[in-house]
Design a protein around this ligand. Structure first.
Ligand SMILES: [Ca+2]
Ligand SMILES: [Ca+2]
Length: 475
């Protein structure tokens, strides 16, 4: 099973500007239609037989269930063939109005890729191992539900899915065979203006095995670096399960995890080699054993201070870090006992949970803390197999000068340029645009909370000349 926790918003917004078109039976390529043997009703028949739609992206179903409470999770099951046709994301909404022309209230959306393992067709049993589940917060129930698949795993001639189900908080399925169901395709914006994004593509992985990583615990005074040792309850880890295993690119297996015997408030400080970056998505993979040790919550902090690994016992002050996001985790119970590469995002391999959050700030180092574990009374430690950060790397911002002020009375100058938090700059001066050998300052830290940085006022470097030029360069 693949498991994703997605963010939701208040239920005030509607899917304005989206148009729902009901499809028909047919074999036309690229069109909202389906083979007679693979109709929309097969998506809720509770068996392996699939629903296929040649309209590909943004196809889905509208279901009018006869019963059911408020959905808090969505599961879909893989069909019998080509994984390229599988949904890679979903958008779920509900309406008490008309099932086609009504305004759908957004409930949840997220990246949710099916595993490549297949269910069989016909009356074959649906297997949990060939499914993917997203959980979300929601307490509203509706007359009609719209499930749309905005993106697919690969490039093929259709979208297909063996079954789709919504579950309420009690775990009861909301769709049942025989419910009124339509095969649909949606045009236009599905996302409420103020809602979370329909799954955005990954902008790349941030972490690598080259990164500096420091294991330890968060205390009231700061993050204290731990060491390799088997001592019970200590801020330490077995020699074969060090912090480095958290970002070695593989999950599962005893040697591919980070374990800390201090258990609560354990974590790491990671300094990515790629430099100052924005993180807005983290994926966590479970370890190979003892589910009780899985983190039940996380906190992510960022800093633009330079982090130098000091060795066991070193304290890294909490005041240097800013909280980016925090929240509960619901890691899957599945374990992987063989070390396996994580693959590329969006992740579809292994037992994992992906968390999306809002963040646009750039940081050079990140502190990831696990305040709690699933069952602290029976666990002797915290353990996680792997984490992946996805991000926007802001290296494309050129430090263009936006303002130069000269005060004739004092002969002082200040210079302002476009900057990015975490970046360090050199300010050069030239009397003639040829000789750039003079630097005014060679280590100017960007302002942390602004898109521009100002240096100065400083004394005019050459009062004899009527003109001068400045240039800003990244350090
Ligand atoms: Ca089915
Ligand atoms: Ca690992």
């Amino acid at each position: 099973m693949r498991f994703v926790l997605v963010s939701t918003i208040t239920l005030a917004s509607v899917a304005h500007s989206a148009t729902i078109t009901v499809g028909t039976e047919g074999f036309a390529g690229g069109v909202n239609n389906w083979p007679g043997g693979e109709p929309p009703s097969a998506a809720i028949d509770g068996a392996g037989q699939k629903y296929l739609n040649f309209g590909k992206e943004n196809t889905g179903i509208v279901v009018t269930p006869t019963a059911g409470g408020a959905p808090t999770s969505l599961t879909y099951w893989a069909a019998n063939d080509s994984p390229n046709r599988d949904p890679a994301s979903f958008w779920l909404g509900g309406t008490n109005g008309d099932s086609v022309t009504g305004d759908y209230t957004f409930i949840a959306s997220g990246l949710l890729a099916l595993p490549d393992s297949r269910n069989q067709g016909g009356t074959a049993e649906l297997l949990e191992s060939n499914s993917a589940t997203a959980s979300f917060t929601n307490d509203a129930s509706f007359t009609n539900y719209l499930v749309v698949f905005p993106t697919l795993k690969g490039n093929d001639n259709s979208m297909q899915v063996a079954d789709v189900q919504l579950f309420d908080a009690a775990g009861t399925g909301i769709f049942a065979p025989g419910d009124t169901i339509l095969g649909v395709q949606v045009d236009g914006a599905l996302v409420p203006d103020d809602g979370p994004l329909v799954p955005k593509p990954s902008t790349g992985l941030l972490l690598s095995t080259e990164d500096q990583i420091i294991g330890g615990i968060l205390t009231d005074t700061g993050f204290i670096e731990g060491s390799a040792s088997g001592a019970a309850n200590g801020n330490n880890w077995p020699g074969g399960e060090p912090p480095e295993e958290l970002i070695d690119g593989s999950f599962g297996g005893g040697g591919a995890k980070y374990l800390n015997f201090f258990k609560l408030n354990t974590g790491v400080i990671i300094t990515p080699t790629v430099g100052a970056s924005v993180v807005d998505r983290i994926t966590f993979w479970t370890a190979n054993d003892a589910e009780s040790r899985d983190p039940a919550s996380f906190q992510l902090y960022g800093t633009n201070k330079i982090i130098i690994k000091g060795g066991p016992g070193t304290t890294y002050p909490t005041t240097d870090f800013t909280l980016i996001t925090e929240g509960a985790l619901e890691l899957p119970s599945d374990r992987a006992t063989i070390a396996t590469p994580i693959g590329d995002p969006p992740f579809s391999t292994g037992p994992f949970q992906t968390v999306d959050f809002s963040n646009t700030k750039t940081y050079t180092s990140f502190m990831l803390i696990f305040p709690t574990v699933k069952d602290a009374s029976s666990a002797n430690s915290m353990q996680v197999s792997e984490v992946a950060f996805e991000n926007v790397i802001n290296s494309s911002i050129d430090p263009a000068i936006t303002e130069i002020n000269y005060d004739k009375a004092t002969d002082m100058i200040d210079v302002t340029w476009l900057s990015q938090p975490g970046q360090n700059y050199i300010l050069y001066y030239s009397p003639d645009l040829i000789d750039w050998s003079t630097d005014i300052a060679d280590s100017i830290e960007a302002k942390d909370d602004s898109e521009v940085t100002t240096f100065g006022p400083f004394l005019n470097p050459n009062t004899k000349l009527l003109k001068g030029f400045f240039r800003v360069k990244k350090n």
